[in-house]
Design a protein around this ligand. Structure first.
Ligand code: AVI
Length: 308
């Protein structure tokens, strides 16, 4: 059975209905996500870019290698990394940029875009799921800087986040670095608004999951009878997104039928926020020697540098 179908059936059969957030990103979902990235209320990308622009020298000052592999996990089109890579390329004798992404097409876009700006940068693209393709890095001798940007770590539960950081730590040698973009705990209203934007783009992003199921899995969700609701819990730092049924109804997916009670929820995403203290302790717990945090001027977001 197709993995998407299997995951949807499992998710909608469980006590708390849920759909894994990785399924947001079909062609339409990726387009809507780009819209989200441009929203003022969704402050994350602007903060991350500010740190990349203003703190690159301070980050680089921590990393004194002559040659380096800069490996980006889930690299996407790489556009926001250009000036950062340019600075490393100027400072160090040899830099190899290794973007890894599930999509081979996006890696082609990435390579073109970056070579256009930095024509003599060596680029090796590694398409595929990085948990499977990371073995290809074992042969490389250069010291590493691994990047995981965009606060993607927030989409993991705390246990998954620790598992991920252990996985990254395992790829690294002693003295290598890991730089991760992390959205920080802050005024809870600011976070709540980021996931309940006033233009309803995040609502469309969530509802597209149901449309995708209708398109790809022969579903018959009546989209208009579902609402979107985003919460933020300042105690554990979890922003959770839900869709909820506005009436009692049955939904067919292929030959399976799912019953929804009025106001029953489907959990669609966790976007966890961290404190610097929590990052320090997770870093220690997952095998890193130290970490340092580079923040934007509002102290909303951190680029956290971990050394093995
Ligand atoms: C990709 N990820 C870090 C985003 C987030 O903030 O959790 C996805 C997103 N969901 C709603 N808005 C943005």
């Amino acid at each position: 059975m197709d993995k998407f179908l299997k995951d949807v059936i499992a998710g909608l059969s469980s006590e708390q209905k849920a759909i894994p957030s990785m399924y947001f990103y079909d062609e339409m979902g990726s387009k809507i996500f780009q819209e989200i990235m441009g929203l003022e209320e969704y402050y994350l990308p602007a903060c991350e870019v500010e740190i990349l622009n203003n703190r690159a020298e301070s980050i680089m000052a921590q990393i004194s290698f002559a040659s380096i592999d800069i490996i980006e996990l889930g690299a996407g089109d790489g556009s926001k990394m250009i000036s950062f890579l340019e600075r490393f390329h100027k400072k160090m004798k040899s830099v190899t940029y290794i973007p890894m992404d599930i999509s081979p097409e996006i890696l082609e876009v990435n390579k073109k875009l970056i070579l256009n700006q930095i024509p003599d940068l060596e680029i090796i693209t590694i398409p595929g799921d990085y948990s499977l393709t990371s073995s290809q890095l074992a042969k490389r001798e250069n010291p590493k800087l691994i990047l995981f940007m965009g606060s993607n770590i927030g989409n993991y539960t705390i246990n998954e986040a620790k598992e991920f950081m252990r996985f990254v730590n395992d790829i690294m040698k002693v003295g290598d670095f890991f730089l991760m973009g992390v959205d920080l705990k802050k005024n809870p209203h600011t976070i709540r608004k980021a996931y309940n934007d006033s233009k309803g783009v995040t609502r469309r992003f969530n509802l597209n999951l149901l449309e995708r199921i209708n398109r790809e899995l022969k579903g018959d969700f009546d989209i208009d009878s579902f609402g979107h609701y985003g919460t933020y819990n300042p105690i554990n730092g979890e922003a959770l997104s839900f869709l909820f049924s506005e009436k009692n109804q049955h939904v067919k997916i292929g030959d399976q039928v799912f019953k929804f009670d009025k106001y029953e929820t489907i959990r669609t995403e966790i976007s966890r926020k961290y404190s610097l203290k929590e990052l320090d302790s997770i870093g220690k717990e997952t095998g890193f020697e130290w970490d340092k945090h580079f923040l934007d001027s509002k102290e909303y977001f951190s680029l956290s540098l971990f050394r093995k």
